[in-house]
Design a protein around this ligand. Structure first.
Ligand SMILES: Nc1ncnc2c1ncn2[C@@H]1O[C@H](COP(=O)(O)OP(=O)(O)OP(=O)(O)O)[C@@H](O)[C@H]1O
Length: 280
């Protein structure tokens, strides 16, 4: 278990994290939040790359520095002249994986991200999405105590995005996995717990199912004509339909009952982030 207590971090006067507290068990966590809400800063602090101004992170009664951490940064780079095998062997050395175990570990993680055929290719031959998958693979090497993935599915095509979700759903991992993203779709079916950050503060911790309740009675679908006639505060979630367009909105006003819709996870998340829509 990892306990994160009272973490604060500012960049000069800009407060990036404002008293963040959470406990991470052996579950998959989706760290959601709009751009600039503090997700990367939090992951960098947990990984030990960045020092918090205040607070502590404890791993099983010890300092987090003693934990083995698998970390995928937002920008993951490779040594272009190394082969895929050599690149991962380099990570094995950093993670102190004994030489005899390296080959098997490397093959295993490459298979999990569907890159086994690239094992002897130069990293410079990999596409952007393949580099991202190599980045995900290296986090699983060794016996990590925690895995931190900063926007893992950025740049992955639909098939690889689905494969990544399957990896996460396939088994119970013996360590926490934290996935940072601002795309609800990436985490809704794979994460046990969602944590939502807004302006450096946690505004929601709970299951993906419970988050949609935040938008209950706030979701409406209007025709184009009706939508253009409203003037109260609202958030436009999406426009769907071909000929007859439906405008799905979040608002605090009570509208025609026939326009009301059941909330989905994305509605709940957007209401938390954008709402409320009346003066509080
Ligand atoms: N190195 C830095 N120097 C100054 N300010 C920074 C630095 N890194 C982040 N910030 C600021 O801290 C806040 C949180 O940024 P952070 O990158 O952690 O957010 P994020 O949720 O990961 O955003 P995104 O989804 O865009 O990646 C933002 O206001 C950002 O401008």
């Amino acid at each position: 278990m990892i306990t994160i207590q009272n973490i604060k971090k500012s960049y000069k006067k800009n407060v990036a994290l404002d008293d963040v507290n959470m406990t991470l068990e052996n579950k998959v966590y989706g760290l959601l939040g709009p751009n600039g809400s503090g997700k990367t800063t939090l992951l960098r602090i947990i990984s030990g790359l960045l020092k918090a101004d205040h607070g502590s992170i404890v791993f099983q009664d010890k300092s987090i520095q003693e934990a083995s951490i698998g970390y995928l940064p937002q920008k993951f780079g490779v040594f272009k002249e190394l082969s895929v095998y050599e690149q991962l062997e380099y990570y094995c050395i950093l993670k102190k994986i004994p030489q005899l175990q390296r080959k098997e570990s490397i093959q295993e993680v490459l298979e999990s991200v569907n890159l086994e055929d690239m094992i002897n290719r130069h990293c410079k031959e990999l596409s952007g999405g393949m580099v991202r998958r190599l980045g995900i693979a290296q986090t699983f090497l060794g016996n990590p105590d925690i895995i931190l993935l900063d926007e893992p599915s950025a740049g992955l095509d639909v098939e690889e995005r689905l494969r990544f979700k399957r990896i996460l759903s396939a088994k119970d991992f013996p360590f926490p996995i934290v996935i940072s993203t601002h795309i609800v779709e990436d985490v809704e079916s794979t994460c046990d717990i969602l944590i939502v950050l807004k302006k450096g503060k946690i505004i929601y911790t709970g299951t993906p199912e419970d988050i949609l309740n935040h938008a209950r009675n706030h979701v409406y679908e209007l025709s184009e004509k009706d939508y253009h006639s409203i003037s109260f505060p609202h958030y436009l979630v999406k426009i769907s339909g071909e000929k007859q367009k439906n405008y799905r909105i979040l608002c605090d006003d009570i509208l025609n009952e026939s326009w009301k819709r059941e909330p989905e996870i994305e509605d709940g998340y957007m209401y938390l982030v954008k709402g409320p829509f009346h003066e509080v």
